[in-house]
Ligand binder design. Structure first.
Ligand code: ATP
Length: 456
């Protein structure tokens, strides 16, 4: 993981947040290549979950919402993690995660009393990860919602407005709008990518647990009790999407939740085997009954019943099947899966990001063989300008060709083109060499066929 973090910084994928001020815990910025990779992952997800599904539509709801939304959703009352504080150095730990590390089953949905019981029974095995002492306070639930003063001019914190603790609430809020303004009929789904903010007690593991992150969520609204088959289909569909990104199936696994919230029928996580710290959740898939819409109906006073257009007597609150994936976590999974160090024939090591061409930040790099030959540079620039209309391309005339290849290997560029003297005249005129990132093999291709060659 350290090598991946270092590559991310060195090559402009991820920078620590507010770095020139010494950084800020749990915040990261996506650099020039990071944002391209992130956007490509989002596009793949959007295509799979909106454009390729006839009964799904997209949404982009406002981040801020009426304060009652977070009461209805249960976040004001119950969105907390169990916290204990080291009495020596005031470091705060997340108790369920520390218990899990020593093999004790625990999660944030347990009551404070249950967690205190488990913590007390295992105190001897848990050390402060900052000062090494074992003198902790008792466990108490710490609410993760982040407050803002948006629209509050009194300075009295009278009407706390929250940043989203999860992105998906906007889908419930617009359920009625979508039914009223589209031709969709239950079962139908809504997809959204949005920001979420959580006051995580101990942000850790790079992008895995941050205080600001993005979630890609879908919610399928089904007829009551029509959940089981649809849930299985969604699980399979989500699994297949990970494989479509080129992620190795051996690095993925399912984990079923043992401790369900009272309204849920079932919940599974897709876990990825992250380097250094092993399997952990990248996406949750939840069978949530009618809880969310019922809560919003109760708190807003607006009737959120769905009327079957074929049978107006039939009215019901749809049940919801939800998928929720963290963009930072999938980004890290994609990078980890692609990160490869190879030993070349001459004994050097070569770092390659074996990203699928669909995800790679740059699809194609174009090099003139020599920087000081204007005719080669001009031809390479002409090809660069033409291909850039369809793909993200990079022009590079700096250093020897070997170094230029290495640089592109490290950012995962699948194809590098070289414009040489044969491109300009002779029996190979109007061809270039195209080098494959994974095999390092070079072939000659007609310039006229390049667009076709680069399509995935
Ligand atoms: P965890 O148990 O790891 O805290 P969670 O079960 O609270 O996660 P959900 O509330 O189900 O997570 O959120 C859905 C998805 O959002 C998760 O599967 C994860 O990918 C992502 N996510 C949640 N919290 C964070 C975070 N602090 N940083 C980055 N991604 C997160």
């Amino acid at each position: 993981m350290e090598d991946i973090v270092s590559l991310c910084k060195r090559r402009g994928f991820i920078y620590p947040g507010s770095e020139i001020y010494g950084g800020e815990a749990g915040l990261y910025d996506f650099g020039p290549y990071g944002v391209e990779l992130l956007n490509n992952i989002k596009q793949s997800w959007w295509r799979a979950n909106v454009h390729l599904k006839e009964n799904y539509v997209g949404l982009d709801s406002a981040m801020f919402k009426h304060p009652r939304v977070w009461e209805a959703s249960g976040h004001v009352g119950g969105f907390s993690d169990p916290l204990a504080e080291c009495k020596k150095c005031n470091n705060r730990i997340r108790v369920d995660k520390e218990l899990e590390k020593i093999g004790v089953t625990a999660d944030e949905k347990m009551s404070e009393a249950q967690l205190n019981g488990l913590f007390d029974a295992n105190r001897a095995k848990i050390k402060c990860n900052v000062c090494g002492q074992q003198d902790f306070s008792g466990v108490h639930a710490f609410n993760l919602l982040v407050k803002s003063n948006l629209g509050d001019f009194t300075g009295q914190d009278e009407r706390p407005v929250y940043l989203p603790g999860e992105a998906c609430q906007g889908i419930y809020l617009n359920f009625k709008n979508i039914v009223d303004t589209t031709r969709l009929k239950v079962p139908f789904g809504v997809a959204q990518i949005g920001k979420a903010f959580r006051n995580e007690i101990s942000p850790r593991n790079f992008l895995f647990r941050t205080r600001e992150f993005e979630q890609a969520d879908t919610q399928l609204f089904v007829k009551p009790n029509h959940n089981v088959e649809a849930y299985e289909a969604i699980k399979q569909d989500r699994w297949n999407w990970y494989l479509s990104l080129g992620i190795k199936e051996t690095n993925l696994r399912w984990k079923q939740h043992e401790n369900l919230v009272f309204y849920a029928k079932d919940a599974w996580d897709i876990e990825y085997k992250y380097p250094s710290y092993g399997y952990d959740e990248v996406e949750g898939i939840h069978d949530r009954t009618d809880y969310d819409l019922s809560q919003h109906m109760k708190f807003s006073g607006v009737d959120l019943n769905y009327t079957n257009p074929q049978n107006p007597q039939e009215k019901y609150i749809p049940w919801v099947l939800e998928t929720s994936m963290g963009m930072g976590r999938i980004f890290l999974a994609v990078l980890s899966d692609a990160y490869t160090v190879e030993v070349t024939d001459n004994g050097d090591s070569r770092t390659v990001l074996k990203l699928s061409p669909e995800l790679a930040p740059v699809r194609c790099a174009i090099f003139p063989l020599l920087k000081n030959k204007p005719e080669l540079v001009a031809k390479a620039r002409e090809i660069y300008a033409a291909l850039s209309k369809n793909f993200v391309c990079e022009f590079d005339d700096n250093g020897n060709i070997g170094k230029r290849y290495r640089r592109q290997d490290e950012i995962g560029t699948p194809y590098c083109l070289v414009v040489d003297f044969d491109t300009l005249e002779g029996d190979k005129v109007d061809t270039v060499t195209i080098r494959d990132r994974d095999t390092s093999e070079q072939t000659r291709v007609n310039i006229a066929d390049l667009n076709q060659h680069l399509v995935v």
